[in-house]
Write a protein that binds this ligand. Structure first.
Ligand code: ADP
Ligand code: ADP
Ligand code: MG
Length: 669
């Protein structure tokens, strides 16, 4: 086995790889850019080497700098993680030439699978079911239409060199072909410097289901079940689970065997993923093979008990796989939520800044009980910068069945407290409570279909309201009890003790009675018929999460102190709660509403970024929802839209300008 390896990556995946290396007694070397000098992966590694400026193109993507860092530290092998150089054949080739082991597949497998036309040809030769289509480069619109009509609409025009969901266009009829062909080709050219496109059948409302394979250099190849990743936004995965709620044993085996056949055909070694789309009738079609460790690999590890990174190390060191196909048993259910620095109610716009507070739920679990795993590369006080992927953490739960894994995910999300930047936890919580997600009726169009006008916040159900009213009353009671304790007003208090309060939440007043009777439980009686709740909680004022049992059910509620009240968040719904005595409530109802200062006359830049284009002119009348300009940040183009009808008074910047957060882009009148 290797004595020392280098991890050519950053963030959570670098930390993840280091964890297994440390367990196996392998020394680790981290590389880092100037922006990452304080990063977690640098702290976790035994050694660290600076490889240049913040932009990835000048650091994490520079092959020679990585090789130099290996030589300097004596690292014998390199784990590339995902993204960056992980699927770069030139990198694998150069490492080999330098006598350093690439912890991944052989160069030819990377090359063949990196090209969609080549890999599809390969797959059909290996008798893998591929999407019906024509495996040739399309030369012109006339030929494109001929082929589309042979296949039958709808079709997808795809860049052969494509990745990350780029260079793809759907055509539903002949009229769409000319534009689709042109757009796909030009996007392919600008993103990949390669304008070859081909055409395949567009599978309507498919599910994305992928097979994890593992192979050694001695010809042994196995598959470790599937992952379903149908919940996507912008062709990027948000939730993943293993197994898939859709597959039966027979389809699983058929997909697994085809994935293994494909891996064998390219003499694959290491861990890899064969992606399929699956239609409503369980017909499945090969999409592509990712020749690396996948972001969502933890769900497979949780249900198989196999450490994929350890297996990658062993295979790279020349060992034979000890696992046989029959050893792979799928145990229970695992779900992964990708926690991103982005604002779900503003079109998933990325957010950057400092993690003022970062309190993930506690990891671990009992033997045979539910498990919580949180793969992360950040820490409290750290920064989410504009330079890299905005993923903060991958929160996973593992339990005996799907419903239980969902319940534990909901609770874990409720307990995940992040302050300082926007994040998508409320969106993930809302997804967990979504009946269609719960029923397992998924497709890659899920988010677009269920949130056609974007996500506007989780739904406040009666259940959630009751829980939040109860917890607000308990928070207030806990603080009052503590105050009385400090001022020694507790003496002579009877064992049974009851107070009346009014909880003001989301525009409604709720009368409650809080009863103590000497035991550890508080009883909260809802006067409006909302029920009686026996509550036992753990919370000290100042802690960001209230945890406890409500009528025997575990609940976590996030708490932030605000003036005269609490901002509490549960099930993805954040609300302000005020707890009054009856008299205070009467007076509060007479108070005038505070008017919020009006900043809506300005369009402010929501994150540091580059102005790509401006869609409006001074003096133009705009309707709510119309796009105003495009700002690029974190490798993504973000369209900023008008929040209400208005007229553009003045535009304060031009395409090409670099803006700071909150800088004025334009003023309205
Ligand atoms: P997975 O399939 O493992 O969920 P993706 O295929 O979406 O992940 O990509 C994995 C990582 O690679 C992500 O961090 C993503 O940002 C990066 N990535 C994907 N495609 C590209 C590309 N064409 N160029 C650069 N990075 C990419
Ligand atoms: P990339 O290399 O960009 O990840 P993929 O070929 O893996 O490209 O496709 C990405 C996503 O696009 C899939 O997960 C699926 O949602 C959708 N997709 C790709 N091809 C098709 C198709 N033929 N029909 C329907 N959806 C497709
Ligand atoms: Mg893909």
């Amino acid at each position: 086995m290797f004595k020392k390896i280098l991890i050519a990556n950053r963030g959570e995946i670098a930390c993840r790889v280091i964890k297994t290396a440390r367990r196996m007694g392998i020394k680790t070397v981290a590389v880092y850019s100037d922006a990452d000098a304080q990063a977690l992966h640098v702290r976790e590694a035994d050694e660290a080497v600076n490889i240049g400026p913040a932009p990835a193109a000048e650091s994490y993507l520079v092959i020679d700098k990585i090789i130099e860092a290996c030589k300097q530290t004596g690292a014998e092998a390199v784990h590339p993680g995902y993204g960056f150089l992980s699927e770069n054949a030139k990198f694998a080739k150069k490492l080999k030439r330098a006598g350093i082991t690439f912890i991944g597949p052989n160069v030819r497998a990377i090359e063949v699978m990196g090209d969609k036309i080549e890999s599809k040809k390969f797959a059909s030769k290996a008798k893998v079911s591929t999407v019906p289509g024509v495996l040739g480069v399309i030369e012109n619109t006339k030929q494109a239409i001929e082929i589309a009509e042979e296949i039958g609409y709808p079709v997808m025009i795809k860049a052969s060199a494509g990745g990350g969901g780029k260079g793809m266009r759907v055509a539903h009829a002949r009229e769409d072909m000319a534009e689709g062909f042109r757009a796909s080709m030009s996007e392919a050219k600008s993103s990949f410097g390669d304008d070859r496109v081909f055409i395949e059948k567009f599978i309507v409302d498919p599910r994305h289901i992928e097979i994890q394979v593992l192979a050694d250099s001695h010809g042994n190849t196995i598959y470790l079940g599937e992952r379903e990743c149908s919940i996507q936004r912008r062709n990027q995965k948000v939730l993943e689970e293993a197994p898939s709620p859709f597959l039966d044993e027979e389809t699983r085996r058929a997909m697994g065997e085809q994935a293994v056949a494909l891996a064998k055909a390219v003499k694959y070694q290491s861990a890899g993923t064969v992606e399929f789309i699956v239609d409503r009738h369980k017909n499945f079609y090969f999409l592509e093979m990712n020749t690396r460790l996948q972001v969502e690999h933890p769900v497979t590890e949780l249900i198989t008990g196999v450490d994929l990174v350890e297996q990658m190390f062993r295979v790279a060191a020349g060992e034979k796989l000890k696992l046989k196909q029959d050893d792979i048993k799928l145990n229970g259910w695992a779900i992964e939520s990708r926690i991103y620095a982005e604002d779900p109610v503003r079109g998933f716009l990325p957010s950057t800044g400092r993690l003022v507070r970062y309190r993930p739920p506690e990891e671990g679990g009992e033997e045979d009980g539910p498990v919580i795993r949180n793969d992360t590369g950040v820490f409290e006080g750290g920064e989410i910068s504009i330079y890299y992927d905005p993923m903060i953490a991958k929160l996973c739960t593992h339990a005996s069945d799907r419903q239980s894994a969902i319940t534990h995910m909901s609770r874990a999300l409720d307990a995940f407290y992040i302050e300082g930047i926007q994040h998508n936890i409320s969106f993930l919580s809302a997804l967990m409570r979504h009946p269609r997600w719960q029923s397992g009726d998924l497709s890659t169009g899920f988010i677009a279909e269920e949130y056609p006008d974007g996500f506007t916040g989780g739904e406040l159900t009666d259940d959630l309201r009751a829980t939040m009213v109860t917890v607000a009353a308990v928070l207030d009671h806990t603080e009052n009890t503590r105050r009385r304790g400090i001022t020694d007003q507790m003496g002579g208090r009877p064992v049974r003790f009851a107070v009346e309060r009014v909880v003001h939440l989301a525009g409604q007043d709720h009368g409650v009675e809080i009863v103590e009777d000497g035991g550890p439980l508080l009883k909260v009686v809802h006067r409006d018929g909302g029920g009686d709740f026996a509550v036992q909680g753990v919370w000290v004022p100042g802690k960001p999460v209230w945890s406890g049992q409500i009528n025997g059910r575990t609940a976590n509620v996030q708490v932030t102190r605000i003036l005269n009240g609490y901002r509490i968040s549960h099930g993805g719904v954040p609300l302000d709660a005020y707890v009054f005595t009856k008299r205070e409530a009467e007076l509060a109802s007479l108070m005038p509403e505070i008017e919020i200062a009006d900043t809506s006359k300005f369009l402010l830049c929501p994150m540091p970024g580059l102005v790509v284009s401006i869609a409006v002119k001074e003096g133009q009348d705009i309707k709510a929802g119309e796009s105003l300009c495009v700002v690029e940040a974190m490798k993504m183009e973000n369209v900023l839209r008008a929040e209400r009808d208005c007229t553009v008074a003045e535009i304060k910047c031009a395409p090409g300008d670099s803006l700071a957060v909150d800088e004025v882009i334009m003023e309205f009148s």
